[in-house]
Structure formats: structure tokens, C-alpha cells
Design a protein around this ligand. Sequence first.
Ligand code: NAD
Ligand code: 89Y
Length: 338
Amino acid sequence: MRGALIGCGFFARNQLHAWRDIDGVEIVAICDQDEARLTEAGEQFGITRRHADAAEMFAEGGFDFVDIATTVGSHRPLVEMAAAAQVDVICQKPFALNMGDARAMVEAVAATGKTLMVHENFRWQSAVRAAIDAVRAGAIGDPFFGRVSFRSGYDVFSGQPYLAEGTRFIIEDLGIHILDISRALFGDVDRISATTRRINPAIKGEDVATMLLSHGSGVTSVVDCSYATQRRPETFPETLLEIDGTGGTLRLDAGYRLTMQGATEAVRDVAPPVLPWAERPWHNIQESVLLIQKHFVDCLRSGAAPETSGQDNLRTFALVEAAYLSAAERRSVALSEL
Ligand code: NAD
Ligand code: 89Y
């Protein structure tokens, strides 16, 4: 399976490492408008076919799928180019700038019959996946309450300076993953209310968001995110969980400790491995990149739809839009409004 990758920035290195670890996959071409980044990635990963222009890369062809690892502003034109070139697509989150673009991108790829998956990797973190598997297997009966929490004071701005510049920050960048985990655990959402705050004066967007979700399944979940939380030990980039079900409770606590209590009690260490190319504390995210990219390849081989297909991700992205609307208008928002 031959792939091409567009955007050789901060996060793409993880994707390039992960592709190298998957049998039968080769990245045959890379593209970046920034010459220095293109050269550096090409040299590090031994990829000689390098393009400064995505349109030129698509015109030359020679690959079966494209991995779009650029920031959100370029996703729509690049996904549309991929659709015109009739290749399968994996695209980074946030998928689009707005719902209209997101729907148009899903439709463009659907019309080709090719696969479109959004790189929504947090639900693939092995600790989070252990909790999802347990809940889906009925280990705590029917869930009725969940808290999905990400609170940190880690400096994400030095590696990703653009995060300090947008008028939207934590919901669009990080909350999107945490909302997606809530969907993976409890299903789709009917209604959301959100409050936001900006604590760090050096950034433009909100760095704290607290969201209350009513799921169609009857579960109520609280999704809370903060990059303004000074805590020791620092838990970046762990998502912590607390779930109550009719048959017991599940907690994913700091340090990747999974506890299930009901008639009996079980405590498991679900810490992710540190892959040879990974480094702490990012190893948790880095392993999930390998797992989601393997899932993409498995789906292409079997013909199954990926868990976070473009179509699926419209519902996670709608939660982001609804959360901003709720915070701006100080009211609860029905997802049917979007
Ligand atoms: P970055 O700015 O470091 O890198 C993006 C690169 O894309 C840049 O080198 C830029 O020159 C290039 N680029 C932009 N538009 C282009 C175009 N039209 N053609 C060719 N090259 C183009 O950004 P990053 O921090 O690597 O983030 C990339 C994406 O990954 C973002 O959407 C971000 O939200 C996402 N991300 C995801 C995770 C995760 O866990 N899933 C973690 C971090 C970042
Ligand atoms: O961009 C974000 C993401 O997707 O995961 C963590 C991050 O790098 C910073 O919030």
C-alpha cells in the first residue's frame, strides 16, 4: 500500500514513524510548502520524492492513499484534491473550519467510493481503549453517568505556536478528542451546554471548557478540559475517566490505573508502552497514532468503515460547534440545531 503525506510539521513525525512500523505500507512521497521541513523529513525518513505543491504531487500520482497532516485551514482543499485524484484519505483533526466545509468534504470523498478517516486518535490510546472495551462488554452494566476529564498546565504552545493565536483553542484543539471519547463510551449526543474561560493572558482563545452532555443512550456525561490547571504530578496527556453503571463503577486514574468495582474489585495497570521512537510524556499519544493508522490499513484491506470515518466525525465535530454556540449564547444547544 503506497501512501503520500502532506504537512511535515510538529506532529507528522509521529505519523511517519508509525507508517514505517506497519507491514506492507510505504510512504512514497511527502509534501510541504516549507522547504526546510520538507528536506528534514525527507532526510530523516529516507523519502526522496518531495513536493512543495500538493496539486503537483496529486498530478504525478503513484500512491493509493494520502495522509493529510496539515493544520485545519488547508484540510478542505486538500481533501477535495484527494477526492479528485480518487485516493483513500486520512485527515488530521480538527477536520474542518465549520460544519458546511466538513459536510462538503465527506460528500466529496463519498462520491468517489474511497475511504475517508479522521485521525481522531485519543479513543485509540491503549488506556482509554481498555476502558471503552470494558464498558462496551458490559463490565459495569448500563452506564448512567460519566466524567471524561483532561486537565493540565503543560506548555503545548512551544511545540504548536499556532494554538496561542486562534480565537478558538481548547475545545477545537483538545476538547474535540475528549468529546470523541465520550461518544465512543456513551454514544451520540442530543444536547450540550458549555462554559468557557480564558485564564492564560498570553493566548487568544479559551483554555478552560466545562461541558454537560445528554446522550441518546440516557447517559449524562461531563467533559471537562483545561490547560490552565497547575497540578503535581502533571498528568499531560492523560484523559481521566469516572463512570457509574448499573452494575458497578469504572475509574481511569492518573498513572494509567484502571479500577473496576462492583460485586468484586479489579485494578489494572494499563500504561501504554513507550515505542522505540516515542518519548515521555507523549508516548501515550504516539502509541495511539500507530494504533489508529493500523486501524485505517485494516479497514482498507477488509473494506470495513473506520470507527472515526468522515461521516462519524461529523458528529464529533458538531459537538465542538455546539459547545462554542452554547458558551457564546449561554444556553443549552440541541445537536439537531446544527
Ligand atoms: P505544524 O504547523 O507544525 O505543521 C503543519 C505543516 O503543514 C507545516 O509544515 C506547513 O508548512 C504545512 N502545510 C500547511 N498547508 C500546506 C499545504 N497546503 N500544502 C503543503 N504543506 C502545507 O502543525 P502540527 O502541529 O504538526 O499540526 C498538524 C495537525 O495535526 C493539526 O491539525 C493539529 O491539530 C493536529 N495534531 C493532532 C494531534 C493528535 O494527537 N491527533 C496532536 C498534535 C497536532
Ligand atoms: O493538538 C493537540 C492534540 O491533538 O493533542 C494534544 C495537542 O498536541 C495539544 O493540545
